[in-house]
Design a protein around this ligand. Structure first.
Ligand code: NDP
Length: 446
C-alpha cells in the first residue's frame, strides 16, 4: 500500500463520523500522490500524518437570551488547522448545518487555498450552528457577543484572524469586532471584512465573486473564449454569488439563473441583479420574492425545490454551499454542453461530479483556487490596517486581479509539470501543498 493510501485509510477509520472532512481529504490526498516520488523527505518526516491532523480544535458553549427573554444555547467552534506558513486565517460560518466535520473540511481546504494566494497565512475555520434567519438585530448582536466572549481567548492579529463566511456578513463582523475590542482593549486587525469606518478594505465585499470571474477569464482566454454573450448559471444569491454575477454581467455575460436554498429564478434574457440585491442584501428575504417586483420580465420564472443545474449554460459557477452539485447534475451539465465550471463556493461539487467534469474535458477550476480572492483581499485588508493606509478601490481591485492571475499561472504550470495538463484539481492541490509541506519540514516536529 502506498504512503498516501495508508494515511487515507487511517484517516477514514479515525474520522468515520466526519463525512465532509473525509471527502475533502480524499480529494486532496489522492491528487497529491505524484509528489511523493520526488520528495522522499516528506514520508521520512511523517509529514502527512501531521498534515491531516488539525493543530488545535476549540469547541464551546454559546448561551444567549432571545427577544422573548428565553435562553438559547448554540455550539461554537474554531478549527486551527495549520500555521506552518502564517497565522491561522479563515472565515466564521453561522448556519444550522455547521458541525465539526464541515469545519474541519473547510479549514483543511483553507490551508491549501491560503498557500495558493502566495501570502503568509495559515488555515483555519470556525463558526456555529446558530441560524440568523428570522432573528432581530438585537438577537444577532447578543449571540455574536456571547460567541466572541469565548473565542477572543484564542485569536489575535498574529495568531488567528477570522473573517466572514455563510451567515456572517458586515453586520455580524461589526458585532464580533465590537465585543473583541471591549474584551481585549485593542483596536487591531483581528477580524477581516470590517466596516470601512473601522479598518475595512474597499473591494473585500466584492472580492470572492470578482476574483472568481478574473480567474475564469484566465482560463477562457487561452482557449479563445470570453464571457461576452455567454449564458452563465450561478447558484446561491449570497455574498459570493451576487458579486460574481455583478462582475460577469459587467464583462458581457448573460446570467440566466440564480438560486437560494428554496428554489431558483430563471430568465433566459438575464436576471435583474438589482432586484436580487434588494431582496438578499436589504430585506434578507427569499429569492421567490423576485416575481413580486414590478417591471420583472415576462420571461422570468421561479422553480421551487428544483435543481438549478438543469438550466443549460455555457459557464457554470457554483457559489452556494458544499455538495450542492451531484454526479447526476454534473452529467446534465456535460450533456448540455457546458465547457467551464468554476467554483465560488467551497467543495460545491462532489468528488463523483468532479470525475464527470474531467472525463468530459470540461475545464474545472476548484474552489480552493477559484474563490481564493476573498481571503487574499482579507490579507490586503490586514496590510492596509497595519500600515494605517487605505488603498483606493482600483488599487485593491488591481492587486486582486494580479493575485488571481498568479494563482491561475501557478496551478496551470504545476498541472503541466506533473503531466496532467488542464487538470486543475492536481494543479491546485500540489501547488498549495508543496509550500506548506516544505515549511513543515523546515520547522521540525511540531
Ligand atoms: P451567504 O450566506 O452570503 O450565501 C449563501 C447562499 O447559498 C444563500 O443564497 C443561500 O440561500 C444559498 N444556499 C445555502 N444552502 C443552499 C443549498 N443547499 N442549495 C442552494 N442554495 C443554498 O454565503 P457566501 O456567499 O459568503 O458563501 C457561499 C459559499 O462560498 C460558501 O461555500 C463559502 O464557504 C464560500 N466562500 C465564501 C467566501 C466569502 O468571502 N464570503 C470566500 C470563499 C468561499 P438561503 O439564503 O436560502 O440560505
Amino acid at each position: 500500500m502506498s504512503y498516501v493510501d495508508s494515511i487515507l485509510n487511517d484517516l477514514k477509520k479515525k474520522n468515520s463520523n466526519e463525512p465532509e472532512f473525509i471527502e475533502a481529504a480524499t480529494e486532496i490526498l489522492e491528487s497529491i500522490k505524484p509528489v511523493f516520488d520526488a520528495h522522499p523527505e516528506y514520508e521520512e518526516n511523517f509529514l502527512l500524518e501531521r498534515f491531516v491532523e488539525p493543530e488545535r480544535v476549540i469547541m464551546f458553549r454559546v448561551p444567549w437570551v432571545d427577544d422573548k427573554g428565553d435562553i438559547q444555547v448554540n455550539r461554537g467552534f474554531r478549527v486551527q488547522f495549520n500555521s506552518a506558513i502564517g497565522p491561522y486565517k479563515g472565515g466564521l460560518r453561522f448556519h444550522p448545518t455547521v458541525n465539526l466535520s464541515v469545519l474541519k473540511f473547510l479549514a483543511f481546504e483553507q490551508t491549501l487555498k491560503n498557500s495558493l494566494t502566495g501570502m503568509s497565512i495559515g488555515g483555519g475555520k470556525g463558526g456555529s450552528d446558530f441560524n440568523s434567519k428570522g432573528r432581530s438585530d438585537g438577537e444577532v448582536m447578543r449571540f455574536c457577543q456571547s460567541f466572541m466572549s469565548e473565542l477572543h481567548k484564542y485569536i489575535g492579529p498574529d495568531t488567528d484572524i477570522p473573517a466572514g463566511d455563510m451567515g456572517v456578513g458586515g453586520r455580524e463582523v461589526g458585532y464580533l469586532f465590537g465585543e473583541y475590542k471591549r474584551l481585549a482593549n485593542v483596536h487591531v486587525a483581528v477580524l477581516t471584512g470590517a466596516g470601512l469606518e473601522f479598518g475595512g478594505s474597499l473591494v473585500r465585499k466584492e472580492a470572492t465573486g470578482y476574483g472568481l470571474i478574473y480567474i475564469t477569464q484566465m482560463a477562457l482566454k487561452p482557449r479563445g473564449e470570453s464571457f461576452k454573450g455567454k449564458d452563465v448559471v450561478i447558484s446561491g444569491s449570497g455574498n459570493v454569488a451576487i458579486y460574481a454575477a455583478e462582475k460577469a454581467i459587467s464583462v458581457g455575460a448573460n446570467v440566466v439563473a440564480m438560486c437560494d436554498s428554496k428554489g431558483y429564478i430563471h430568465d433566459e434574457n438575464g436576471i435583474d441583479l438589482d432586484v436580487i440585491k434588494e431582496i438578499k442584501e436589504v430585506k434578507r428575504g427569499g429569492i421567490s420574492e423576485y416575481l413580486d417586483y414590478p417591471g420583472k420580465r415576462k420571461t422570468s420564472e421561479y422553480m421551487e425545490g428544483e435543481i438549478i443545474w438543469n438550466v443549460p449554460c455555457d459557464i457554470a459557477l457554483p457559489c452556494a454551499t458544499q455538495n450542492e452539485l451531484s454526479e447526476k447534475s454534473a452529467k446534465t451539465i456535460a450533456k448540455n454542453g457546458t465547457k467551464f465550471v468554476a467554483e465560488g463556493a467551497n467543495m460545491p461539487s462532489t468528488n463523483e461530479a468532479i470525475d464527470v467534469f474531467l472525463k468530459n474535458d470540461i475545464i474545472y477550476l476548484p474552489g480552493k483556487a477559484a474563490n481564493a480572492g476573498g481571503v487574499a483581499t482579507s490579507a490586503l485588508e490586514m496590510a492596509q490596517r497595519s500600515s494605517r493606509l487605505s488603498w483606493t478601490f482600483d488599487e485593491v481591485d488591481q492587486r486582486l486581479k494580479n493575485i488571481m492571475e498568479n494563482i491561475y499561472a501557478d496551478i496551470d504550470k504545476v498541472a503541466r509539470d506533473y503531466d496532467h495538463e488542464n487538470n486543475y484539481v492536481i494543479g491546485a492541490n500540489i501547488a498549495g501543498f508543496i509550500k506548506v509541506a516544505n515549511a513543515m519540514v523546515a520547522q521540525g516536529v511540531v
